[in-house]
Design a protein around this ligand. Structure first.
Ligand code: FAD
Ligand code: MLT
Ligand code: ZN
Length: 473
């Protein structure tokens, strides 16, 4: 079938205004958030329900035209960006944006893939519930994208990754069939777990059109503190202290280095670190409680007292109100935005077992600074999960694009070699997409990689769903 015939068929399925073919209409869908990848597409299509998604997949499968699913386009690995060939179509889920059901007795919510994460949090809160997934892009990322990448964010240490927050899925397969898996069950051992297969598959095995999400009681009190720590061993000891004494009340533990906060203050001076004396590590800690304001505040004060006595912490500020607590979180979330303002950068989204984290950072930092004097290591992340964003900016005054072009591969190699030596992962929460495709075989090992290829071939034998992302077949 020619492109023209396929486009006509797609227009027939969803209406011509929802099939974008003009370059200026397509362009917002063809570059990723970081501006790291730009591709081409025959068309961008915007269906409004699962039946239309299924009909589009059938039409494309018949013509052997590959499909790139796209949610909020905030992903960091180029998974939602088409390749440069111009043979693919981008399928945006943004019009599938209905909340289908809120079941308070079951504490679940059924939503369509194009619902913006923040709108889901707000809808849950209107009903007195918490949907705990939270990340800097929550105002624009969509739940389908969160599920497809198994996003992490800042609440993982208490509530888990997106995978842990989902009970059921509705998925359009590579054959254009609809799998109706929207059961809100907390137990279901009826063979292979299809839900978990699609979660984290980055649009390569199926297109998620809806999901059943878990809801939790809304905390009545939250206390947030910023503390200064001298080094990583003290920061980990502090985490362990909070885990022992606050247990499940600990809902946030984010680490930021001085270098990352300096960059944040450079671009957002109103977000300078309120802790005095530029501490080497600043940690944002949040406790949440369902009982009373006083209970959790007193607990926080007692734990901080112990931490000061033991020398784990040199300074601390407890947010006195919600505005100040939000300002602490804003400072944390703006590091990524500051990096984007600074220009192109190199991201490493890694996890290391906490016991090996200090050694990893000491070795990697030393090698990096030795090889690239003046390099800026913008190191921050979800320390409670052992997840570092080991991001790299070139020395001040060096052109970032030229630097990345010359040094991207050796810098990735340097970091990933240390990740392997320390038993870590090269992708903690952002996924693989096209960015980490080449390193995956070596990282996962031949057996795991072959199993992934077998799954891809079995579910998508004609390789039409997001080809050449995650795994090459
Ligand atoms: P997209 O970027 O549109 O797509 C991501 C991948 O999922 C692509 O492979 C795409 O093909 C696939 N996909 C999208 N929708 C579907 C669907 N319905 N069915 C099948 N496949 C689909 N990530 C974290 O994990 N933790 C963080 O803390 C975090 N912080 C961030 C902060 C900022 C400022 C930004 C810009 C990003 C951040 N991210 C973070 C990365 C990003 O927000 C997440 O990966 C998010 O889950 C992507 O959602 P999206 O809707 O934008 O997906
Ligand atoms: C975050 O946690 O803010 C993002 O995942 C990190 C990043 O910018 O690498
Ligand atoms: Zn993150």
């Amino acid at each position: 079938m020619t492109t023209e015939l396929l486009i006509d068929e797609l227009k027939h399925i969803i209406g011509s205004e929802f099939v974008l073919t003009a370059e200026e209409d397509k362009s917002p869908f063809l570059t990723d958030w970081r501006k790291r990848f730009t591709g081409k597409a025959r068309a961008v299509v915007l269906p409004s329900n699962a039946d239309q998604v299924a009909a589009i997949v059938k039409a494309c499968a018949k013509s052997n035209v590959p499909i790139v699913p796209q949610g909020g386009n905030t992903g960091f690995c180029g998974g939602a960006t088409p390749h440069g060939s111009g043979t693919e179509i981008v399928l945006s889920l943004k019009r599938l944006s209905r909340v289908r059901d809120i079941d308070t007795a079951n504490q679940t919510m059924t939503v369509e893939a194009g619902c913006i994460l923040q709108s889901i949090q707000e809808k849950a809160a209107e009903h007195g519930y918490l949907f705990p997934l939270s990340l800097g892009a929550e105002g624009s990322c969509m739940i389908g994208g969160n599920l497809a990448t198994n996003a992490g964010g800042t609440n993982v240490l208490r509530y888990g990754n997106t995978r842990d927050l989902c009970l059921g899925l509705e998925v359009v397969t590579a054959q254009g069939e609809i799998w109706h898996g929207l059961k809100g069950l907390r137990k279901d051992n009826t063979g292979y777990d299809l839900r978990d297969l699609f979660i984290g598959s980055e649009g390569t095995l199926g297109i998620i059109t809806a999901a059943v999400l878990k809801l939790y009681p809304l905390p009545v009190a939250q206390w947030t503190t910023l503390v200064a720590t001298p080094d990583i061993p003290s920061t980990i000891a502090l985490l362990n202290l909070f885990q022992q004494r606050a247990a499940s009340l600990l809902t946030g533990f984010e680490m930021m280095t001085q270098e990352s906060l300096d960059l944040c203050a450079k671009h957002f001076p109103q977000m300078a670190n309120p802790l005095q004396g530029k501490p080497p590590f600043t940690v944002l800690i949040e406790l949440s409680d369902h009982e009373s304001e006083d209970h959790v505040r007193q607990l926080l004060e007692r734990i901080l007292e112990t931490a000061l006595e033991e020398g784990l912490v040199s300074d601390a500020i407890i947010a006195s109100n919600l505005t100040q607590a939000n300002a602490f979180w804003q400072m944390r979330e703006h590091i990524t935005l500051a990096q984007a303002q600074e220009g192109a950068n190199l991201k490493h989204d890694i996890t290391i077992p906490l016991s090996g984290l200090d050694s990893f950072m000491q070795k990697t930092d030393a090698l990096m600074r030795q090889r690239y004097p003046g390099i800026r290591i913008i190191n921050f992340g979800h320390l409670g999960d052992g997840n570092l964003h080991y991001n790299i900016a070139p020395p001040e005054g060096v052109d970032p694009l030229a630097f990345n072009q010359a040094e991207e591969v050796p810098i990735h190699e340097l970091v990933y070699e240390q990740v392997e030596l320390h038993g870590g992962s090269i992708s903690a929460e952002h996924g693989v997409g096209q960015l980490k495709l080449s390193g995956l075989r070596a990282h996962r090992g031949a057996v795991a990689h072959d199993l992934m290829k077998s799954l891809k071939r079995a579910l998508d034998p004609n390789n039409i769903l997001n080809p050449n992302k995650v795994v090459l077949i």
